[in-house]
Ligand binder design. Structure first.
Ligand SMILES: CC(C)(COP(=O)(O)OP(=O)(O)OC[C@H]1O[C@@H](n2cnc3c(N)ncnc32)[C@H](O)[C@@H]1OP(=O)(O)O)[C@@H](O)C(=O)NCCC(=O)NCCS
Length: 144
């Protein structure tokens, strides 16, 4: 898997939206609205590609004040989960965040994925809450 940043609006970006739609939205009976996708124009889009160019995994980073980077929309293709791709993409996202001056990553994890992020050094912060109809917790990690 080759990791790189993709430009908002480019064909590779559209492929990441298709993957996120399939993995993160359709199973919940939800769809992305045009407003939600328009709001991603200023965000950082990262993806991992197979040799044939297919998107295997993707994630979005959002710069926040005070050296904080928010990680959102993490998705790995269903045929390629539990093969280490998600862990590689988060490590890449942390590198990109550090390169842009961030010293802390924050994310809202689905409760089903808490163990994934915990294994990568993320810690739960605060009480749980519901987002996109399912339980979540905020998790944070100080970047070295
Ligand atoms: C959650 C997700 C991003 C993880 O990516 P992945 O490529 O499947 O995970 P990896 O293979 O890199 O796993 C890394 C480690 O985390 C563990 N892990 C993976 N998913 C896990 C989960 N849901 N719960 C607990 N541990 C998990 C793996 O067993 C592995 O452990 P190891 O290092 O001890 O072997 C991916 O499975 C996915 O897209 N799931 C559906 C959508 C989703 O839940 N996205 C997150 C929204 S917050």
């Amino acid at each position: 898997m080759t990791l790189r940043e993709v430009a908002y609006g480019a064909p590779d970006y559209d492929a990441t939206v298709a993957l996120r739609d399939a993995v993160l939205r359709r199973p919940l009976g939800l769809v992305f609205t045009p407003e939600q996708l328009a709001a991603e124009a200023d965000e950082i889009h990262l993806a991992g590609f197979a040799d044939d160019g297919a998107v295997r995994a993707c994630v979005v980073l959002v710069p926040k004040p005070d050296g904080v980077m928010k990680l959102r929309q993490m998705a790995v293709h269903p045929d390629h989960q539990r093969q280490g791709l998600g862990a590689r993409l988060v490590a890449f996202a942390e590198q990109v965040a550090r390169a842009r001056g961030a010293h802390r990553m924050v994310l809202n994890a689905r409760d089903a994925a808490l163990g994934f992020y915990a294994g990568l050094g993320y810690a739960v912060e605060g009480e749980g809450f519901v987002e996109v109809t399912i339980p979540h917790h905020t998790m944070v990690k100080d970047l070295e």
